[in-house]
Design a protein around this ligand. Structure first.
Ligand code: ADP
Length: 492
């Protein structure tokens, strides 16, 4: 069964087969990290920044190194690109193992030639000592070859070797700067891997200046310390750098102020929207009540004058008004969830479940449902809201089951949270609709088949999210459905 996360916080899975061969741009590289399960930190959006596809990865551990390298390589291969890896430290075996663990079919990639490993002797130190011109021609040739057969060219290289005596650091920095020009406008992207533990700060400072994008501490940043090659080698470089530093300071301050103002505006508008939803649903109740009661009054007081057809019309109208009332009540509960600051406290979920079952007693009895539950933990939250979650999920489990329904409620602790499940053996949900059922008013059945408003799951999601948790669903049509949700538990 497929686990579908219903919350927006869900990150995509691993890349599958060959994706559409769009050109490799910086945006592709960002996407590789943004959507990968390994790379957890923020990835700065590109917006209107100059996008040269040359990234420096600063790592302090293998884990950090691989968390960026693996999705980068995986994405290249899945997009049908040529991926070149210049190896030094760690060993090829370690890199291969990390790639395999990351779901890359390395054997297929190596045997097709899409992925290749290269020693220093074949690349940076091909002429015995490091020569920028020679190395640029290595990449130029590889890029040209890749263009013929692949949708793009992707390269990553270890750099710890620069500390050995065959390399002059200024030569290497010159090369790093010039590589930016080589890559400009080409379908290629590169990550140079720098070990913060071994490479001295004076060198790293130049690395920062020569790479337009940096990955550090699980974060991808566009680098405002970057010095474009045309400046890097020029005598007026200090003056340009001062200009850039001042510009950056001003931009940064302006951006912070704009952000603070935007947040304030959004908060105000959000408050107004919440208030609007609340007031609208609250105030709609009264006229609705008038419609149904006057229709009923008409039916009672004028019974003699009404024929069968007229009485049937009144029934339809009352039924419509009732359904609308249910929807308005649902909306009202929905808009109440975060109207006020949460006053969360320890809540015993066994008691919450008992209250929910008490409210559902008639429905349980009428359908002969069997609801079983394991021992549930104490969580931190709002008992009233949590009761609505249990109540909605259990009543759905009963509603969408053939009789007699069987429902099982369980909970399992995972660190400082608890994963609850409400499982039924009912009609199930087709996988293509799994994402839709949490949207407001989305229903998969007509009211004649199963009566409902399409608000229950939206409400559950809002409550669970309000508690800092996630909700998702697993289902097999004809077999049953299990809803899962997480809630924070009490600190031990
Ligand atoms: P309602 O039940 O009022 O229609 P919900 O928001 O509670 O609204 O559920 C949305 C839709 O999700 C339902 O219309 C139904 O199609 C589907 N659904 C919810 N729970 C289950 C379940 N346990 N088994 C099968 N389908 C379900």
């Amino acid at each position: 069964m497929d686990k579908q996360a219903a919350s927006h916080s869900h990150r995509g899975g691993r890349d599958g087969g060959v994706e559409d061969a769009e050109p490799v741009r910086m945006e592709s590289g960002l996407e590789a990290l943004r959507s990968s399960p390994e790379f957890r930190g923020p990835v700065e959006p590109l917006e209107d920044l100059d996008a040269n596809q040359h990234i420096a990865l600063f790592y302090e551990s293998r884990e950090e190194q691989f968390a960026a390298m693996v999705p980068f390589v995986r994405q290249g291969l899945s997009r049908g690109e040529r991926v070149m890896y210049v190896i030094y430290e760690p060993t090829e075996a370690d890199v291969l193992e990390a790639m395999r663990d990351g779901g890359i079919d390395v054997d297929a990639a190596l045997s097709s030639g899409a992925l290749s490993f290269h020693t220093l002797e074949e690349t940076y130190l091909r002429t015995g000592t490091f020569d920028p011109d020679d190395m640029l021609s290595v990449y130029r040739d590889a890029l040209e070859k890749a263009k013929a057969d692949y949708s793009g060219f992707r390269v990553t290289a270890d750099t710890n070797w620069i500390l050995d005596e065959r390399t002059e650091i200024p030569d290497f920095m010159e090369y790093e700067s010039r590589v930016n020009r080589l890559f400009e406008g080409e379908d290629c992207i590169a990550i140079c891997q720098y070990d913060l533990g071994t490479i001295p700060a004076e060198i790293l400072r130049d690395v920062v200046r020569t790479h337009p994008h940096l990955i550090y501490d699980g974060t991808l940043c566009h680098n405002f310390y970057y010095t474009p090659p045309e400046e890097y080698f020029e005598p007026d470089e200090p003056a340009r750098e001062v200009e850039r530093m001042l510009g950056t300071l001003v931009d940064r301050t302006k951006a912070k102020v704009t952000l603070a103002e935007t947040i304030e505006e959004l908060e105000e508008s959000n408050e107004r929207l919440k208030r609007f939803a609340y007031v609208a649903s609250h105030d709609l109740q009264e006229p609705l009540r008038m419609i149904s009661s006057y229709l009923r009054l008409l039916e009672r007081r004028r019974a003699d004058e009404l024929d069968r057809e007229a009485r049937e019309y009144i029934d339809f109208a009352v039924d419509g008004a009732d359904r609308m009332r249910e929807m308005v009540e649902g909306l009202l509960s929905y808009s109440r969830i975060d109207m006020h600051d949460p006053a969360f406290e320890p809540v015993d979920c066994n008691a919450v479940l008992e209250d929910a079952l008490n409210d559902l007693r008639i429905r349980v009895e009428e359908s002969d449902a069997v609801v079983s539950a394991g021992e549930l933990p104490t969580v931190v939250g709002d008992a009233n809201q949590l009761e609505q979650v249990f109540s909605n999920l259990i009543s759905n489990a009963i509603k969408y089951s053939d009789e007699p329904p069987r429902v099982d409620v369980t909970a399992e602790r995972r660190g400082d949270r608890c994963v609850f499940s409400v499982a039924d053996e009912g009609i199930g949900i087709d996988s293509e609709y799994l994402d839709q059922i949490f949207e407001i008013f989305n229903r998969l059945h007509s009211n004649e088949e199963y009566r409902g408003t399409g608000i229950g799951l939206t409400l559950c999601r809002k409550i669970v999210n309000h508690h800092g948790g996630d909700i998702w669903v697993d289902s097999e049509p004809g077999e049953g459905t299990t809803f899962y949700f997480t809630l924070p538990t009490e600190r031990a």
